[in-house]
Design a protein around this ligand. Structure first.
Ligand code: NI
Length: 268
């Protein structure tokens, strides 16, 4: 699979599961904008069967290489980001993992069960990134129990391996060419932004500004019945040139820390 095949498959799955993201994409297109993807993100548990390095494999095969490494102390996450070796226009890939051993025995045991239920053929194939929840129907009680410790763990337990977000590259937009304009455009259309830590994360001095929608709701079938809970979100990023004139290509841990909260549970 080359990277275009990977991204087009992921985009189809993501927009099917999150029609709101497709609607936002269509809004940009209706303004005459060409929408390029700055990066996508995945989440996983830190477990040798399914850690960041396992999820990264199909991207490495498609010509990506590891660039940045990040630590999120408050959220107990680590992450790596990847870029394509020869296609600077290809989206970056950001993969984070929950350091499960920082949490209770209960959370650790659920993460272990999830990882153990991933079939070997998926672990050793390029299909894991498309596989969604491969550990079976979630329990709402477990979801709530996980949420008390980590919203990230609860989200991952329900959704598994899906693209957590795509990201509109504001640098590729012509009319809506600032993050302020993009945010206003979205709010005028009635979309709700994640305001944790302010609507705009990062500053031009940090060379990266980001914002995101709050994840839309999805009806999920739990063992106990169907409940609507937050799903995935859409992100917006603008990058600034560093001192040698090249656009900054990394991520800012302090900003991403708040963006993770875009999938936190909330009431409609
Ligand atoms: Ni992101």
């Amino acid at each position: 699979m080359n990277e275009q095949e990977i991204f087009s498959r992921l985009w189809t799955d993501y927009t099917t599961q999150n029609p709101e993201a497709k609607n936002i994409y269509d809004c940009f297109r209706a303004e005459g904008e060409e929408v390029k993807n700055d990066h996508i993100a995945f989440r996983t548990f830190f477990d040798t069967r399914i850690n960041v390095d396992v999820l990264a494999r199909p991207f490495l095969t498609a010509g990506y290489e590891q660039k940045g490494y990040y630590i999120f102390e408050d959220k107990h996450l680590t992450a790596k980001h990847y870029e394509h070796k020869s296609r600077p226009d290809a989206p970056r890939v950001f993969i984070s993992q929950l350091m499960t051993d920082h949490f209770s025995a209960g959370l650790q045991s659920i993460a272990k069960q999830c990882a153990a239920r991933v079939p070997d053929e998926l672990v050793f194939s390029n299909e894991l990134i498309f596989a969604g929840n491969v550990w079976g129907p979630p329990s709402y009680e477990t979801y709530e129990m996980l949420r008390r410790e980590s919203e990230y763990a609860a989200w991952l337990y329900v959704y598994g391996f899906v693209t957590n977000h795509f990201t509109v590259s504001i640098n590729s937009l012509t009319k809506l060419n600032s993050i302020q304009k993009v945010n206003q455009f979205l709010k005028d259309k009635g979309y709700v932004l994640n305001a944790s830590g302010g609507e705009i994360k990062g500053t031009p001095a940090e060379l990266l500004e980001q914002s995101s929608t709050k994840a839309g709701f999805m009806a999920v079938e739990f063992v106990e019945g169907t409940f609507e809970i937050p799903s995935c979100y859409y992100e917006f990023a603008i990058r600034y040139p560093d001192t040698d004139g090249r656009l900054y290509s990394g991520f800012i841990a302090k900003s991403a820390d708040k963006i993770f909260e875009s999938t936190d549970f909330y009431r409609k």
